[in-house]
Each structure stands twice: as structure tokens, then as C-alpha cells.
Write a protein that binds this ligand. Structure first.
Ligand code: SF4
Length: 335
């Protein structure tokens, strides 16, 4: 089956006062129809940059595209005009951001903001039809009900500051789903929330995606969060995808030393605090990234070749792709 979204060899650099930061170093990713893919990695590894690159939200300059393509419905988003991207954003690819307070306008009610988004409505093939505000309000109330805001017909009159963090995030999810986008990108949607609300939002996201059939790219630094929602997980390190496989395979038999280190560092009830092992060292400076495999200064299994040559993605097992010299090179058809 053809992927809905396919990223190939995406390289992006940022010009900074200290020098060029090589933030994305050849990303390969694909998202199928009704697929749920989690993108995990430490803060600063390039997860949010990847999401913003898909929607062309990176400021140019300082961001600079070095190479790659982002195919959506077979067309390269990187070659679209700004006008064409406006039609795609929200209507075909929608995004839920980390901090809902930043993306909701504090001086307008939830009703005004939600109705505005819905009013310029379009169907899936991109043709736009205006719907009147009365009809839009009905839809807004229904959407708030769908994201489980109690008394949606009353609460819709509230302002963002009158909602809790979890409720604001529900409003953003309702906004993102209001145009039935094919792809939903959720960038750390639960990071600002406490653990109970986080679980509620993840459950809601999971239910909505099942009901609406969107393809989802869920970005998080928390493996536990993506495991609750995603069928597949891609692990990112210092601007590259190092492992991409099913959620089950990743937890049962991770191949990449970085993924193994991440899983070893998670504390569980059965693992004593002193049995958890962190990964030595810290994330590299992307202005002067390590040569070869960017993980080599922290890898306990590093070999001579790791310092010299960047490993290519290899399908070590069916649908289990890993970029590491420990695995023999074979051609990879899809990621
Ligand atoms: Fe470690 Fe080498 Fe594999 Fe990189 S390529 S993860 S340094 S073994």
C-alpha cells in the first residue's frame, strides 16, 4: 500500500551565530493510511523540526533545506507554493501543539475561535465551501462533545483561561479534527499535563483516531506515551532515525544500542533503582556533530568503522529497520 506521507533523505540545516547546525541528517519516514507512528527521542534530537518541516513551518532563513523530499499524496510538499501550503495546512494535515495556551487566543471565546476554524470548511478533495456561523456553531458544540468537554453548549462560551490545561488540549484536538484531515501530527500533546490528564488525553486521541481513520504522527520524548497510541515507533537520535519497527518489536527486541539504552534507563516496579542504567554522555552539539555514526561517542559497542562511516538503514528483520554497523547492509524498500 502506498504511504500517505513519505519523507526521503530529509536534510535541514540552521544558520546560527556559532555556525551551521546540522539538525536533520537524512530522515527517512513513511506513514500509511490509518497508520499510527510514534516519533521518539531525547529533547533536541529533531522531532519537532521534522513535524514543522512537513507543514513548512520552519523560518527560512535561518532554516535551510539541503536535500530530500516530503511526498504527500504523491506530491512533494517542499515544492508547493505558500498558497498551496495554506490549503494543505489544517485541511489535509493538521497539527496539535504542545502548549495549548500559546495557540488559543486569550481574548476570544472558545466559540469564536472554533467557529472561525470551522467556517472556512473544506472537504477532503480540497474544494472549499463556506458554511454559515450558525451551522459552524452546531458543529463546534458537537466537536466539543466528541472530545468529552462536559456541557459543551454552555462551556463553548468560555475563554481559554477558564479551561484547565487538559480541557484546552481537548479544544485544540477538536480544532485539528474539525476539517477531517488525512494526517494528524501531535507534537508532545501531553507533556504539559499531569499524569492522570495525560492518560485521558491519550485515550481520547486513540478513540478519535480509531473513529475518524486519520493517519497519526505522534511526537514524544516518552516511550510510554507513544506505546499507548502507536502501532509503530521510529526512534530518533541527533537528527537521524536510528530504528523503525512495530511497537511490540521495539519493546521486546530493540536492535539499536541507543534504543536498548533508552529502554534500560526506564524504571519499572520490577526494576530496582540501581538496576536502571542510563546512557553515558550527552546529546552531541549539532554544529560540530560526531563523524560517522553520531551515537559513536556514547555507544558501548562502537567499532572503528562507526567513527568513519554513517550507517545506512538496514531491514534487519521484516519491517524492522535499523541504522547501525552491527547489522549487515541489505537494501531497504520502505521505512
Ligand atoms: Fe554503536 Fe556503531 Fe551501531 Fe553507532 S553504528 S550504534 S556506534 S555500533
Amino acid at each position: 500500500m502506498k504511504p500517505v506521507l513519505e519523507i526521503t533523505d530529509l536534510k535541514i540545516e540552521f544558520d546560527t551565530f556559532e555556525g551551521t547546525s546540522h539538525v536533520l541528517d537524512g530522515i527517512h519516514l513513511s506513514l500509511g493510511k490509518k497508520d499510527t507512528l510514534g516519533l521518539v527521542g531525547e529533547t533536541g534530537c529533531g522531532k519537532s523540526i521534522t513535524a514543522k518541516a512537513i507543514l513548512r513551518l520552519l523560518p527560512v532563513p535561518p532554516a535551510r533545506l539541503v536535500s530530500g523530499e516530503i511526498l504527500f499524496g504523491g506530491e512533494d510538499l517542499l515544492k508547493k507554493s505558500d498558497e498551496e501550503m495554506k490549503e494543505i495546512r489544517g485541511r489535509q494535515i493538521a497539527m496539535v501543539f504542545q502548549d495549548p495556551m500559546t495557540f488559543l487566543n486569550p481574548v476570544f471565546s472558545i466559540e469564536e475561535q472554533l467557529v472561525d476554524v470551522i467556517s472556512a470548511h473544506s472537504n477532503r478533495n480540497g474544494s472549499r465551501k463556506e458554511i454559515d456561523r450558525k451551522e459552524a456553531k452546531k458543529k463546534a458544540v458537537a466537536l466539543l462533545g466528541e472530545v468529552k468537554i462536559p456541557q459543551p453548549d454552555v462551556r463553548i462560551k468560555s475563554y481559554p483561561h477558564e479551561f484547565s490545561g487538559g480541557m484546552r488540549q481537548r479544544v485544540l484536538i477538536a480544532m485539528a479534527l474539525s476539517r477531517s484531515p488525512q494526517v494528524l501530527i501531535a507534537d508532545e500533546p501531553t507533556t504539559a499535563l499531569d499524569v492522570t490528564i495525560q492518560a485521558q488525553i491519550l485515550k481520547l486521541l486513540h478513540e478519535l483516531v480509531e473513529r475518524h481513520g486519520n493517519s497519526v504522527l505522534l511526537i514524544s520524548h516518552d516511550l510510554g506515551v507513544v506505546a499507548k497510541v502507536c502501532r509503530r515507533i521510529a526512534v530518533m537520535y541527533a537528527g537521524s532515525i536510528v530504528e523503525n519497527c512495530s511497537t511490540e518489536a521495539l519493546f521486546n527486541e530493540p536492535f539499536h544500542p541507543y534504543t536498548q539504552g533508552l529502554l534500560n534507563s526506564i524504571l519499572t516496579f520490577s526494576k530496582r533503582k540501581d538496576a536502571a542504567q542510563g546512557i553515558q554522555g550527552g546529546i552531541p552539539d549539532l554544529i560540530h556533530p560526531p563523524s560517522g555514526c553520531r551515537f559513536h561517542p556514547r555507544c558501548s559497542r562502537a567499532m572503528k568503522i562507526c567513527e568513519i562511516e554513517k550507517p545506512s538503514p538496514v531491514e534487519a528483520e521484516k519491517n524492522h529497520v535499523v541504522s547501525c554497523h552491527l547489522y549487515p547492509v541489505r537494501k531497504v524498500k520502505s521505512f
